[in-house]
Design a protein around this ligand. Structure first.
Ligand code: SF4
Length: 208
């Protein structure tokens, strides 16, 4: 009964959903549609590097949006230099202090300009994100802008969404997005490779 009331309340809501990639969007879109909410996908991710990775994720999402006929907006910005400049003095805090805010601010700005009732983000589906800090950033932006933050703990559907994405043959990324997350993803591999390597590092070959 309570669930039915929630569904009725949100039906017809104009929702802008910041979207990090196609695989993460699968469960978010499915569950919102099941509630009667039709989201507009909003791509703005200058945190994804290098460029071929950015392109692969963006193009996969474009194809998926067409396939499932969901409205979508793609704001193009590839920002390796700017991203690195802004996080270099605080690499451990980069997600909370820069990356979430940068992307969500753009989403909320667009929502406010274009008459959306609410916003949300597919980042809420990932158990690898800092969920509580993410929610806090969304709530702060909501308070500043007056645009409602539609919170859903999409994490319950993360595994199912990823499995469905794999079945559909989507491009599945191996790391969160920035070059620092790529290094973290391969940390053990890097350590192992360096340990086993017979290449002498820093031998000071003249001319290099
Ligand atoms: S790890 Fe992911 S969320 Fe954190 S700064 Fe890098 S791209 Fe952004």
């Amino acid at each position: 009964m309570a669930k039915l009331i929630i569904r009725c309340y949100n039906v017809g809501m104009k929702l802008l959903m910041h979207t990090c990639c196609a695989p993460c969007s699968v469960y978010c879109i499915d569950s919102l549609r099941a509630e009667g909410v039709e989201p507009t996908v909003f791509w703005y991710n200058p945190n994804i590097h290098p460029y071929m990775e950015y392109k692969a994720r963006r193009d996969c999402l474009k194809d998926y949006c067409k396939k499932i006929e969901v409205e979508s907006i793609f704001i193009e910005e590839y920002g390796l230099d700017e991203f690195c400049r802004n996080v270099v003095s605080d690499i451990p805090g980069r997600c909370v202090n820069y990356c979430y805010k940068k992307r969500l601010t753009e989403c909320v700005r667009y929502a406010a300009k274009n008459g959306y009732d609410a916003f949300t983000t597919t980042l809420l589906v990932s158990p690898y994100q800092k969920h509580e800090e993410l929610v806090k950033a969304c709530e702060e932006l909501s308070a500043l802008s007056g645009i409602e933050f539609l919170y859903r703990d999409f994490r319950v559907g993360f595994r199912d969404g990823q499995a469905k994405a794999r079945e559909m043959g989507m491009y599945m990324q191996k790391y969160c997005g920035c070059i620092f997350s790529e290094e973290e993803r391969y940390k053990k591999q890097i350590e192992k490779d360096l340990k086993n390597s017979d290449v002498v590092v820093g031998c000071g070959v003249s001319g290099f």
